[in-house]
Design a protein around this ligand. Structure first.
Ligand code: ACO
Length: 433
């Protein structure tokens, strides 16, 4: 491979601008276009940021062609096998895996912040019981900034760490509260003797009348879902968090912006959409009809849980999720689960279809995570909130990295204007009011 050090743009064979080429620790080089407008009066045009690196980052690396995902250099497969979610959170936030005392202190810190301010519970009452949990999440997580004024100096590393702990600790409590609110049941307080995932499952499934203890296989399955969703470099919601944070907005508001972005069906809403799609397909005999709909340009239907902006090969998270799916269905004795059978058959048919092969459309992480969540008793409308719970650590790590970056500037893309050129309001035009 040629290692460029700079790129010269020519106009009529005259060099007009020399752009440096920057090299990362791995992955493609990037052209530094910061001087482009100043030197040439031109901007770049890149809808959807297909060719644009928006920042330097040391957190996550993806090679979409090879199906590689690394958090701080460690392969996702090893992290999912050998670590638990809070170890991965520590790694993502601090750059290194914790030793035993560091992990124990981190776990203690998180546990001590799982409870939310009691006043926050009042916010829920303002929502209709049938509100979508993501609508409530956007409101309630945003409201956190009104409660924790003591550590909102974003220039202080200590305050930023406190915000990270608070968010990672409180988001599961809020997610469980969203579920309890929508089902008309009393909120369950966190219990300090339980692990992060055990505690969450108990807050979701226990009632004051009946306690709940999850089996180790189910705890491990949810822990893995959280690990697999913890970060994914500059995806839409993470870029949203960075853009919101670039103006100096407080972290709770920025994470809320990320939650809002995640809600979309093309992003975090996909796991919910997968389950809805499987239920709509209903039977393996209907699969060919839906495959044809997905291929039809005039039909808006897409195969949910298939395709990815970056992975043009197997999504490594999907493989791990598929294994977890088998483990959970085994544990619960649901081998003949209809949705899982349908998902497997859909995957098989799509992977043999020329359309999906040519376009390199493989199952993504959400194709299987929905089935696992369903088996764990999580209602379908809570799936995206579960994704938000896992991704909170990634969002906060990127926000922190951005604030600490000396090159950080307010995010402000440019545009190619295609509207009317300057014109005058007709002389006879009268105000209507
Ligand atoms: N079903 C049918 N066709 C598809 C699908 C799909 N799921 N995904 C992409 N295609 C087709 C497109 O129509 C397009 O065809 P064309 O080249 O003839 O126009 C081609 O494949 C490329 O797709 P794009 O939409 O251009 O790819 P992009 O990178 O912009 O989109 C995305 C990626 C949004 C994930 C898309 O594949 C999709 O909508 N998938 C379904 C939703 C989904 O599962 N999202 C979860 C993503 S993972 C996550 O957020 C954790």
């Amino acid at each position: 491979m040629t290692h460029l050090r700079s790129l010269t743009l020519n106009e009529n064979a005259q060099p007009v601008c020399e752009l440096p080429v920057l090299t990362g620790s791995t992955g493609p080089n990037v052209i530094d276009v910061q001087a482009l407008y100043k030197d040439t009066g031109l901007f770049t045009y890149d809808p959807g940021f297909n060719s644009t690196a928006s920042c330097r980052s040391t957190i996550t690396f993806i090679d979409g062609e090879k199906g590689i995902l690394l958090y701080r250099g460690y392969p996702i497969e090893q992290l999912a096998e050998q670590c638990n979610f809070l170890e991965v959170c520590y790694l993502i936030l601090n750059g290194e895996l914790p030793d035993a005392p560091q992990l124990s202190s981190f776990e203690h810190n998180i546990t001590m912040h799982t409870m939310v301010h009691d006043q926050l519970t009042n916010f829920f009452k303002g929502f209709r019981r049938d509100a979508h949990p993501m609508a409530i999440m956007v409101g309630v997580v945003g409201a956190l900034s009104a409660f924790y004024h003591d550590a909102l100096d974003i220039r202080s590393k200590k305050d930023r760490e406190m915000c990270a702990i608070r968010l990672i600790a409180k988001v599961p409590t809020i997610v469980a509260m969203c579920h309890k609110y929508s089902t008309g049941m009393p909120f369950m307080y966190p219990q300090n003797k339980l692990s992060y995932v055990e505690n969450f499952l108990r807050m979701m499934h226990a009632t004051p009348c009946d306690d709940y203890t999850a089996s180790p296989v189910l705890v491990r399955a949810l822990d893995r879902i959280l690990i697999l969703h913890a970060d994914h470099e500059q995806n839409a919601s993470t870029s949203t968090v960075r853009l919101a944070g670039s103006s100096g907005a407080n972290p709770f508001a920025c994470i809320t912006a990320g939650i809002a972005c995640l809600w979309g069906a093309a992003h975090g809403g996909a796991n919910e959409a997968v389950l809805n799609m499987l239920e709509k397909i209903g039977d393996v005999s209907h699969i060919p009809e839906y495959i044809n709909k997905a291929k039809d340009k005039n039909d808006p239907f897409r195969l949910m849980g298939f395709g990815h902006r970056v992975y043009k090969n197997h999504d490594p998270r999907a493989k791990l999720m598929r294994t977890t799916c088998y483990e959970v269905l085994d544990e619960l004795g649901l081998h003949d689960n209809k949705l899982f059978e349908l998902a497997l058959e859909l995957e098989r048919i799509a992977l043999e279809d020329d359309y999906f092969i040519e376009k390199k459309l493989y199952p993504n992480v959400d194709f299987y995570s929905g089935i696992v969540l369903h088996a764990l008793g999580i209602p379908t409308n809570m799936f995206t909130a579960m994704f938000a719970m896992g991704r909170t650590v990634g969002w906060i790590a990127h926000w922190d990295e951005m604030i600490a970056d000396p090159e950080q500037k307010i995010g402000r893309p440019r545009q190619l204007y295609t509207g009317a050129v300057q014109r005058d309001v007709p002389a006879g035009h009268k105000k209507t009011v």
